[in-house]
Design a protein around this ligand. Structure first.
Ligand SMILES: *Cc1c(COP(=O)(O)O)cnc(C)c1O
Length: 377
C-alpha cells in the first residue's frame, strides 16, 4: 500500500461549537445596557431555565466551571472520610475530592464501559466511607440502578461526574436524575459549553438552594453567612454564549453520530481496533470517538499510533492516560496499587480518542481511517 499523504492543515482532536457573532451581539448589548455583568443576572437565570428543560432537571444550578461545581457538591452533601471513585477519569474528579479533604478510594472499572465496576464497590466500603463518585465515562451510562442499591444498603451519597454525559438518557430518563447530585462540565472542549462553566442537577430543591448560596460566598441576603461558601458564579457574558450554543447542540450531536458511525464502519474489520458497544434504550451524545488498540493484533502499540499519526498532521489523545491513581500525589494510596486495578490499567494503555466534532468532513474521517488501515500490519 502506498504511503498516504499527510493532511495539509492539522486535524485537531476537537473544535468548539461557536455561535455566529451577529447572533451573540444583541445579547451582549442587553448585558451592556443592563450593566449587570455577573451575580445571577438575567442571562444566567435564563440559561438555568433553558438548561433545566434541555436536561429534564427541575433543580439545576450553574457554576464557573465543572471542577468547582464538583467541589461544591461534596460540601453540599457534607461528605467526610472516604469516597469510592474511579481511577479512569480526568484529574478533576479525584482532585475535587482531595480539595475537600476527602480520601479517594480507587475501584477498578468494567471492561465493556470503562465505568466503575459495581461488583467491586462493596469490598471497598469501610466505616469511613460516605459516598460513591462514579463517572459516566465517554457518556456511557454507569450501572445506575445497582449503584443506587449499594448506596441505599450502606447509607452512602452518590455524586455522578456527568462531565461527558450532557443530554444522555436511559430509557427516556435524564442521566442527571440519578444519584443525589450530578455534575456537567460546560468547558469549551465538551459538546455543550459556556467557554468555561459547570452545572449541577439535584435530587431536591433544598440542595439547589444551598448550592446557590455556597457559589456566592455562602451569602444569604445581604449580611448573613450560614456556611463558608466560595466564588463559583457563572458570569453574564458566558451565560449569553451558553444561550446561543444551546441552539446548536442538537445538530452538533447528530453530526457527531454520523462521524462516529463512519469511523466504526470503516474500521470495523481491522483486528486490534475495538469500539464500545451501544446499549439499547440509551440516548447517546457522542462526546468522544474512542477506540481501544490491542497491540498484539494491531501490530503497533497505542502510543506508537498516537505518535505516528502526528507525522500525518492528525492529533489524537490518549484519554485517559495516565490513570489518576498513577499521579504522584495519589499513587501511595493503598487502593492505587495497579494490581488492584487491572482493567483500568489495561484500558489506559489501549484507549485513543480520534478527532471528533459534528462539523468534521467525511472525507477527512475517511482519510484518518485509511491512515489507521495503512498503519495496521
Ligand atoms: C472536563 C472534565 C471535568 C472538569 O470540568 P471543568 O469544567 O473543566 O472544570 C471533570 N471530570 C471529567 C470526567 C471531565 O472530563
Amino acid at each position: 500500500m502506498k504511503r498516504p499523504a499527510p493532511f495539509e492543515k492539522p486535524i485537531l482532536i476537537t473544535k468548539p461549537l461557536l455561535p455566529e457573532l451577529e447572533e451573540l451581539m444583541p445579547l451582549m448589548e442587553k448585558i451592556w445596557s443592563s450593566s449587570q455583568l455577573t451575580n445571577n443576572g438575567a442571562m444566567a437565570r435564563q440559561l438555568e431555565k433553558e438548561l433545566g428543560l434541555y436536561l429534564k432537571a427541575d433543580n439545576l444550578s450553574l457554576f464557573s466551571n465543572g471542577t468547582i461545581a464538583l467541589q461544591i457538591a461534596c460540601k453540599l452533601l457534607r461528605l467526610s472520610g472516604e469516597v469510592i471513585t474511579t481511577p479512569f477519569t480526568f484529574a478533576a474528579t479525584t482532585n475535587s475530592l482531595a480539595w475537600c479533604n476527602l480520601n479517594p478510594v480507587f475501584c477498578d472499572v468494567e471492561d465493556d464501559t470503562l465505568n466503575l465496576d459495581v461488583n467491586h464497590i462493596e469490598e471497598l466500603i469501610t466505616e469511613k466511607t460516605t459516598a460513591i463518585l462514579p463517572v459516566h465515562v465517554f457518556g456511557n451510562p454507569c450501572k445506575v440502578d445497582r449503584i443506587q442499591q449499594i448506596a441505599e444498603k450502606y447509607n452512602l451519597k452518590v455524586i455522578y461526574d456527568a462531565a461527558h454525559a450532557f443530554g444522555v438518557e436511559i430509557d427516556g430518563r435524564a442521566i442527571g436524575s440519578f444519584g443525589d447530585v450530578s455534575m456537567f462540565s460546560l468547558h469549551a472542549t465538551k459538546i455543550y459549553h459556556t467557554i468555561e462553566g459547570g452545572a449541577l442537577t439535584f435530587g431536591n430543591r433544598y440542595l439547589k438552594q444551598r448550592a446557590d448560596w455556597i457559589r456566592n460566598f455562602g451569602l444569604i441576603g445581604e449580611a448573613c453567612i450560614m456556611e463558608p461558601g466560595t466564588n463559583g458564579k457563572l458570569n453574564e457574558v458566558q451565560a449569553a454564549v451558553g444561550l446561543q450554543v444551546l441552539k446548536l447542540v442538537d445538530k452538533e450531536i447528530e453530526g457527531r453520530k454520523l462521524v462516529v458511525n463512519r469511523y466504526k464502519e470503516k474500521l470495523k474489520n481491522i483486528p486490534g481496533i475495538r469500539f464500545f458497544n451501544e446499549i439499547d434504550g440509551v440516548k447517546y451524545n457522542y462526546p468522544y470517538c474512542v477506540i481501544r488498540i490491542s497491540s498484539g493484533s494491531f501490530g503497533m502499540t497505542r502510543d506508537e499510533v498516537h505518535e505516528e499519526l502526528k507525522k500525518y498532521n492528525v492529533f489524537t489523545r490518549r484519554y485517559f492516560y495516565p490513570l489518576c491513581s498513577n499521579f504522584q500525589c495519589y499513587r501511595n494510596i493503598p487502593s492505587a496499587d495497579v494490581h488492584r486495578l487491572p482493567v483500568a490499567a489495561a484500558a489506559a494503555q489501549e484507549v485513543l480518542a480520534l478527532p471528533l466534532h459534528g462539523r468534521l468532513e467525511m472525507d477527512d474521517v475517511d482519510r484518518i481511517c485509511e491512515l489507521l488501515i495503512y498503519l495496521f500490519k
